[in-house]
Design a binder for this molecule. Sequence first.
Ligand code: NAD
Ligand code: TYD
Length: 339
Amino acid sequence: MTIIVTGGAGFIGANFIFYMMEHHPEDRIVCLDKLTYAGNFSTLAPVMGKENFRFVRADICDREAVHALFEEERPDIVVNFAAESHVDRSIEDPGVFLRTNILGTQTLMDACRAFGVARYHQVSTDEVYGDLPLDRPDLFFTEQTPIHTSSPYSASKASADLLVLAYHRTYGLPVTISRCSNNYGPYHFPEKLIPLMIANCLADKPLPVYGEGLNVRDWLYVEDHCRAIDLILRRGRVGEVYNIGGHNEMRNIDIVRLICRELGKPESLITYVADRKGHDMRYAIDPAKIHSELGWLPQTKFADGIRKTIAWYLDNREWWETILSGEYQDYYERMYGNR
Ligand code: NAD
Ligand code: TYD
């Protein structure tokens, strides 16, 4: 099979490529990525020389480039990870989120229709469901939970999901959608909570916690997400949405304290800063459907996953220090300078 993976130079896409090349060496993987600030070509170095791997730099919104690639590769499956993915950036500048996350999805699906692709998989997020109150721990997101978005990021992802389902119903495009909770692990861009706190801790810099740090996220080790998508591609039902999450809810402040402890740094580094606008309180996935239909369960416990992740950042300083020394610095100054 030939599988086009978009956004494969980013965090989850790269981990997915490594997972697929290890578990399905018979398949050919073609990575299509624009290499935005979040895409990192060096991440893909371990697979670059492989015969069954190809990298193509292109924008998923570029109809001509996308169609030319489909014409050449005649893919069986397309998995779309390509997106603008950071909530704080979407609050600063929503435009590019709408373009990439919605129009890019449309462009890819049009190509899938034109070339009769057997499966289009949309990598979505639990953020399309909005948030849950902190005082109702009995509530979880199921696939039936209404879409109710908070940020321009989540609104753009929800719009794309609606479009994907519309292409299925209207044109019969064979689609699946997965909605996963927060991922963590190797190659996570250091603007996101866990890698940012690890990097700042190591530099003895302040650890900027939004609001009171009481917001809850449901963390999943990235490899468990990759395995879930692989299962959906092979055994998932067309036209269906699958939630992915491992019942691992944690408050932000507890994550930050844990990182301090693991790295032997004082909690006095923690600095409470102005809250994110429209900040979602709690995300919590009910993964019953993917468990009962596809037998998926997470394999990595948070205690192990976070240690592995911290060890990876210690062993791969060059990867993230290069990012931190580049244009990302301007973003950091803008985001945290006067907060
Ligand atoms: P990321 O920001 O680390 O990577 C995104 C990748 O997409 C980058 O390589 C970037 O260069 C590429 N890209 C961006 N715009 C593009 C365009 N117009 N054309 C081609 N490539 C483009 O993101 P991530 O955290 O790996 O997330 C991947 C997907 O998973 C996203 O769709 C995101 O919404 C979804 N998701 C993420 C999480 C999470 O916790 N990170 C959780 C659930 C779902
Ligand atoms: P993030 O990693 O941006 O993921 P998302 O917003 O998609 O869940 O943020 C995770 C949580 O951490 C979220 O509640 C916001 C919070 N946060 C901070 O408190 N400080 C920070 O510097 C960042 C980046 C996030």
